[in-house]
Ligand binder design. Structure first.
Ligand code: ADP
Ligand code: MG
Length: 608
């Protein structure tokens, strides 16, 4: 009886805030959108410590009087919707009236605001939904909202924020999205006192290049299509500039950034036959459509949208993209040098951000059982024939030695399969240029050459990284990579990861070149690695040191290992198999795939 109670308001607010405010970047998005809605011409974003310390947005928009200023923090307080009909005619970014209330529930907020026709403005301080102060102040026309110590009163959430660098990456993403939607507005972004972006009012193409660097211009072709139902315009990438990375793909519907795998597929369909495997072109595609044809209300952070006629949009988008490519004569003349494994197995964080890591436990595991004596990954014990093969190889090939780097000079390759010239002690064959076949007394062993080499290299690189860095080879002629300014920015920001991987570079104004790359890498392998690492930097990289080492080691190994399709001579084959069986766990590649299988006598005889 009487056990149902209303939640105290501050708790209700905190819970509701969870929907809107996931991380500092969500606050940035809401504040920038409010400034845009207020008709600002200049918007300045100031951030400290990846937004964990401070997020401040200053605009010169319409401002608020003291009543509105106070009301703006109330839940469901909005000036943008007056009747339910308005819901079908939304042209503003916000309309739910919950952003400021939500932010104020989980941070310390200070707002200064003044309408242009007033002498005095209003200052309001709110902490955890509690108004601490409201008074008249001298302040510039427009609005400044400063959000400090996000989640100060929700320690569980504060704890789950990522490093300042990762949070900043998300903030930059949001900043770019808004800036790309409004080229006519000036945007500035300052992080820890450094001006990262100053984007002057301009046309769309100029805005794109000021965000992504001037090189972007030559990579794009314009796209234009106008129908009764929808207008589509923007730019899409020439196929040869498609990258392994995602991150330069943007859709805007009525100036609102949206994500849509459905529309992405439409674009990718238009590129059919023009792209190397797994590459994605950059695109900046804008839709204008009457608001009554879309529903933007389906997602609390509003990055998804529903068109009432999705199918039509899909077809128009595909056709107009195809036409844009055709007009600029982007016909296929590509070299399909595909790398089937690259990128696929680089360990990425998956799933929800804050979920705990999964640990697979084998309840039947008994470490004292004889067959479990070798340290294989739990639940993946090799079968009997494999075990015998491993024992055989470890015994007759490899007197156990500890790891000793053998780089005597720059030219020495880290992973040269010809490094040790020895007489192979067993016959090997190569099948289809991808599988090494080794006859053993127990059966026939098939070694996956690419995975085996990745495993061997991974181990070697990992050992180097644990001890410091990968040896470098100085380049006789500097390597000028084809990188965008933003990408060079990422290299500099992640200096440590690149330097420890063996890279050195020189940067002077617009000139950037590598002066050293990892020992034993050729230029293509080095650039594959660079591109791959930049692509991963867009996502949440591991932060913990050992995880970073493993991550780098895998990426390095994937970019430099022999590929399926590569011929190996007798020594190379033998050395690879030998090196594989030196590993503590030869059975599996770093991504957990089989490196080899053995057809034992039983199975062979069954074939007949
Ligand atoms: P919404 O944007 O969905 O209306 P918000 O909580 O973001 O909800 O903002 C509430 C109201 O506060 C807005 O409708 C607007 O009237 C006012 N407001 C917020 N930020 C600004 C700003 N920078 N300039 C002027 N008015 C603002
Ligand atoms: Mg808003």
């Amino acid at each position: 009886m009487g056990i149902i109670r209303l939640l105290p308001e501050n708790i209700a607010n905190q819970i509701a805030a969870g929907e809107v405010v996931q991380r500092p970047a969500s606050v940035v998005k809401e504040l920038l959108e409010n400034a845009v809605d207020a008709g600002a011409k200049h918007i300045k974003l100031i951030v400290k410590d990846g937004g964990k310390g401070l997020i401040q947005v200053i605009d010169d928009g319409i401002g608020m009087d003291e009543t509105d200023a106070r009301l703006s923090f109330e839940r469901h307080a909005t000036s943008k919707i007056k009747s339910s009909d308005d819901l079908f005619r939304i042209t503003t970014k916000g309309f739910r009236g919950e952003a400021l209330a939500s932010i104020a529930a989980v941070a310390q907020v200070e707002m200064k605001t003044r309408p242009h026709d007033r002498e005095l403005g209003t200052l309001i301080k709110i902490e955890g939904s509690e108004v601490k102060m409201q008074q008249a102040v001298q302040t510039a026309a427009g609005t400044s909202v400063a959000v400090k110590n996000l989640f100060f009163n929700v320690p569980a959430r504060r704890k789950f924020l990522k490093s300042a660098q990762v949070e900043m990456r998300h903030i930059i993403d949001e900043f770019q999205r808004v800036a790309l939607a409004y080229p006519e507005i000036e945007f500035t972004l300052i992080h820890n006192g450094n001006e990262l972006y100053r984007l002057f009012p301009s046309n769309l193409l100029r805005r794109i290049t000021s965000v992504f660097g001037n090189k972007m211009e030559e990579r794009l072709v314009p796209l234009n299509e106008e129908t009764e139902y929808v207008k589509i315009y923007g730019y899409t990438g020439k196929p040869e500039y498609a990258k392994l990375k995602r991150g330069e793909q943007f859709f805007f519907v009525n100036k609102r950034f949206i994500k849509s795998s459905y529309l992405h597929n439409a674009v990718m369909k238009a590129y059919e036959g023009l792209l190397q495997e797994k590459r994605i072109p950059p695109y900046f595609i804008y839709f204008e459509i009457a608001p009554e044809h879309i529903d933007i209300n389906i997602h609390p952070t509003k990055t998804e949208i529903k068109f009432d006629d999705e199918y039509t949009v899909y077809n128009i988008l595909r056709a107009s993209t195809r036409r844009a490519l055709g007009q600029f004569n982007q016909m296929p003349s590509l070299d399909f040098d595909v790398m089937p494994e690259l990128n696929l197995h680089v360990p990425r964080k998956t799933g929800t951000k804050n979920s705990e890591p999964k640990i697979n436990v084998d309840p039947h595991f008994n470490p004292f059982k004889e067959e479990n004596a070798r340290p294989f990954a739990p639940g993946r014990f090799p079968d009997k024939a494999s075990r015998q093969a491993i024992d055989r190889f470890s015994r007759f090939i490899m007197p156990e030695t500890s790891f000793t780097p053998v780089i005597s000079n720059d030219k020495d390759s880290l992973f040269d399969l010809n490094r040790e010239i020895i007489e192979p002690e067993t016959e090997t064959l190569q099948w289809a240029d991808k599988i090494i076949v080794v006859p053993l007394p127990e059966g026939i062993m098939f070694v996956h050459q690419h995975r085996a080499h990745v495993s061997v290299l991974f181990d070697e690189f990992y050992q180097y990284l644990k001890r410091g860095k990968i040896p470098s080879q100085q380049l006789m002629f500097p390597l000028h990579p084809d990188l965008l300014d933003t990408e060079i920015g990422w290299i500099e920001k992640n200096r440590d990861k690149f330097e420890r991987s063996g890279f050195a570079w020189h940067k002077e104004k617009n000139n950037f070149h590598f002066t050293a790359i990892p020992a034993g890498f050729n230029e293509k392998q080095a650039m594959d690695f660079v591109e791959n690492l930049i692509a991963s930097l867009n996502e949440d990289l591991p932060e913990e040191e050992d995880a970073v080492n493993r991550f780098l080691a895998v990426s390095l190994a994937l970019s430099s290992a022999v590929r399926p399709g590569q011929k190996l001579n007798t020594e190379e084959r033998y050395n690879l198999v030998k090196a594989l069986f030196r590993l503590p766990e030869p059975q599996f590649s770093p991504s957990g795939k089989r490196n080899f299988v053995i057809l034992d006598e039983n199975r062979i005889e069954k074939l007949f």
